[in-house]
Design a binder for this molecule. Structure first.
Ligand code: GUN
Length: 293
């Protein structure tokens, strides 16, 4: 079994991006700028946005963090987005999800200017992605594609089972892997909460992408030998031995499944760091389009 080391790959990608930014600065150009809006005080969201801001610093991307209160109205949040849409100094921005219950996330996503939508969540960008046109690819699926590419894992003709059909991971992942391009061309099965005989599907898979959001959901008996496992889950489970009182585990029972599979992403240190690197790649893309470098 080989570990797919997202942490190390993310450092490499950030170093490459930093070299690119340094070149632009040496040419007298301004630094790229990413903004992030965070609503309320979800502790996990604060941690994720913190990782994104720190990575910006390493790459040489300027960043702004806009903190809005839990009880902000939909209108006020859209006004905050509109400010960023209009600001020529901002190349791209994200609104960290999830949002409080009283806010319709789809309305919020639709308010983002698609040319600044570095999360790739706007329907216009999702549509382009589905058609195979050049666009911002959502960061988690993009990060997974970068991982497959850098580890030279061929997907062509392979049977991939994606577990979970969320708009931000499962659905775009299934589209990207089935497209006609070098790290696509797979035969993809998108499974979800209504799927019958999930175990049978999983036992038939060459590659499993687990994006369910349930700790250790995929167990050793659901996986055939030599499968490639991509674990997108980041779940907190209680752990009295930690100062925080919890630890992070994936959607896959790592200890047992790693004995059997050929490649596996750990949690933490697998897909998570690549999501951050992919977001920054999208930010550089937005900057290039914005400044026509
Ligand atoms: N919440 C979980 N994943 C993501 C992501 O990729 N982008 C944003 N904006 N929020 C998230």
């Amino acid at each position: 079994m080989q570990i797919l080391d997202g942490k190390t790959l993310s450092v490499t990608l950030q170093r490459e991006m930093n070299e690119q930014v340094d070149k632009w600065l040496a040419q007298g150009k301004r630094a790229p700028h990413l903004a992030a809006i965070i609503v309320g005080s979800n502790p996990a969201s604060k941690v994720y946005v913190g990782h994104k801001i720190k990575a910006c610093e390493r790459v040489g991307i300027s960043s702004s963090l806009i903190e809005e209160p839990d009880d902000i109205s939909e209108e006020a949040l859209i006004a905050s987005i509109e400010k960023l849409n209009q600001d020529p100094a901002i190349d791209g921005f994200i609104i960290q999800l999830p949002l409080p219950r009283h806010i319709d996330p789809q309305k919020i996503i639709m308010a983002v200017d698609p040319s600044k939508d570095v999360d790739g969540f706007h329907p216009s960008n999702m549509g382009k992605m589905a058609l195979g046109l050049d666009t911002f690819i959502p960061a988690t699926p993009y990060g997974i594609m970068l991982m497959l590419e850098r580890y030279r894992i061929t997907t062509s003709g392979k049977k991939v089972v994606v577990v979970g059909r969320s708009n931000i991971v499962g659905t775009p992942m299934s589209i990207l892997l089935s497209r006609n391009h070098p790290f696509g061309n797979a035969t993809v099965t998108l499974t979800h909460s209504r799927t019958q005989a999930l175990k049978q599907h999983l036992l038939d898979a060459d590659i499993i992408v687990a994006a369910i959001g349930r700790a250790k959901f995929i167990t050793e008996d659901m996986v055939k030998p030599e499968t490639i496992i991509i674990d997108v889950g980041i779940n907190r489970i209680q752990d009295a031995s930690r100062k925080s009182g919890f630890r992070l585990v994936g959607d896959v029972d790592f200890d047992a499944v790693s004995e059997k599979c050929s490649f596996i992403t750990p949690v933490p240190g697998g897909v998570g760091p690549l999501t951050v690197a992919a977001l920054l790649k999208n930010t550089l893309k937005a900057y290039e389009q914005n400044t026509s470098v």
